[in-house]
Design a protein around this ligand. Structure first.
Ligand code: HEC
Ligand code: HEC
Length: 377
């Protein structure tokens, strides 16, 4: 019965997503223009490996390979939040037995984690990716072990961890999104050196993800994926907590920052770097402080938004005008994502500079209204 309810909720989620995309129209530039009666991603003629390793043409900055290794231990030594996808085409069922078709499991990751359009059976990208996985399978159909999804609450007592062990673990797991020593990348905000509370770290690691997920129970909001009990142990979580509680120098000395991830190619020359904008609250509980971090990065700290609306994106605009063409999108769709005093890091789209806008809005693209905005000063 619980399964049935979850599955029908999943169907509703997919149809909401489809209607949201249609309402999107010409909003975000690129996609959206076709009248085709489908929510499917347009095939890209990419290889299976490219589809696995690269982000989708329309979606957020995550790729399948951000969250899943092909086999474990992974060739790059990084432990990811999702299980390895070894023999994935040969498993008897998916997502704790809730789904029998692999395509449904992949579509759940596309819509809930990647903010990307879902696939149909006849989509050539799906067929290419499936064949690529299937060609590498080593057991016969139905013979692969199902993987358990173990969403648990963090332990109430997170004290007693070892910060040095936590740093080593961070730089071989969380690093895939937050960068070496948690400096932040295009995929996720800075978390290192900020002295984060153990409550925040415990909650984000254990229960991050959409509260209205069609397949996962017990998630508490955010676009970061949860880490199941078998992916990170409670003792390891204590080590991570001890590491992320450190501030400043202490958090970075053990590792050479010259080896840090290659994403930070952005310069920091513009005179407006360091400016902040306080978001006003018009609706959906929006508030927070946006800061221009460098020439192509904006972080919204203490960000609050209840996840409501239809196609909601962060927009840049000028002098309080956020309607296109003055306004333009600098994020994926945030709808259905609950933010409670959290950080959201945004990378400016290619070709956009800090000269192109002086304000920021939580913008309902479908209706053309601001849920909250502010000017940088
Ligand atoms: C932001 C992280 C994230 C991204 C990106 C992501 N997934 Fe997942 N995926 C998860 C999590 C978390 C689970 C549930 C835990 C698990 O089964 O590993 C999961 C589960 C799955 C499952 C079910 C596994 C099982 O046997 O139950 C499949 C299949 C899957 N993902 C495939 C994909 C594919 C293919 C892509 C890219 C199109 C993808 N995922 C992208 C996080 C992600
Ligand atoms: C697939 C990418 C991804 C991975 C892997 C990942 N995170 Fe995150 N994390 C994010 C994103 C994106 C955010 C910010 C948006 C949100 O709140 O979901 C975030 C937010 C956080 C926050 C909240 C920061 C704040 O100021 O609100 C913490 C703490 C955190 N991550 C810790 C971790 C730890 C510890 C790990 C490793 C165990 C990890 N993350 C792995 C993507 C990731």
């Amino acid at each position: 019965m619980g399964t049935f309810w979850k599955l029908s909720l999943y169907g509703i989620l997919i149809s909401l997503l489809a209607s949201g995309l249609m309402a999107c129209g010409g909003g975000g530039g690129g996609g959206g223009g076709s009248n085709a009666d489908t929510s499917s991603e347009t095939p890209t003629a990419a290889t299976g490996q490219e589809l696995f390793e690269n982000r989708m043409s329309s979606g957020n900055t995550f790729a399948c390979a951000t969250c899943h290794a092909l086999t474990e231990p992974a060739s790059d030594g990084i432990r990811r939040p999702g299980h390895s996808l070894e023999n994935v085409t040969r498993r008897p069922h998916y997502k704790n037995g809730q789904l029998t078709a692999m395509l449904d499991a992949v579509n759940s990751c596309l819509s809930e984690w990647m903010n990307a359009p879902t696939w149909t059976e006849d989509n050539t990208d799906w067929q290419t990716l499936f064949s690529w996985f299937d060609d590498q399978a080593t057991v016969t159909a139905g013979e692969a072990d199902p993987v358990p999804i173990q969403i648990v609450d963090p332990p109430t007592d997170l004290s007693g961890g070892d910060a040095t062990a936590g740093q080593t673990l961070f730089n071989s797991s969380c690093v895939v999104c937050h960068g070496e020593n948690g400096v932040g990348t295009e995929r996720a905000p800075q978390v290192g050196g900020l002295g984060l509370s153990s409550e925040l770290v415990g909650r984000r690691v254990r229960t991050s993800g959409r509260v209205d997920s069609g397949v996962y129970e017990g998630l508490t909001g955010g676009i970061m994926p949860f880490w199941g009990a078998d992916r990170i142990s409670d003792d390891e979580l204590r080590d991570l907590t001890a590491y992320l509680a450190l501030t400043g120098e202490n958090a970075t000395t053990a590792f050479d920052s010259s080896t840090s991830s290659s994403d930070s190619t952005c310069t920091s020359n513009h005179s407006r770097v360091g400016q902040t904008a306080e978001l006003s609250t018009f609706s959906h509980n929006v508030s927070g402080t946006a800061e221009i971090v460098d020439d192509c990065t904006i972080t919204i700290r203490n960000f609050n938004y209840d996840g409501g609306g239809i196609v909601v994106e962060i927009y840049g605009g000028t002098d309080g005008e956020y309607n296109p063409p003055t306004g333009f999108s600098i994020s994926g769709d945030l709808k259905d994502t609950l933010f409670e005093n959290e950080s959201l890091t945004l990378t400016l789209p290619t070709g956009v500079t800090l000269d192109d806008f002086n304000g920021i809005s939580v913008w309902c693209v479908a209706v053309g209204v601001s849920f909250g905005d502010g000017l940088f000063q």
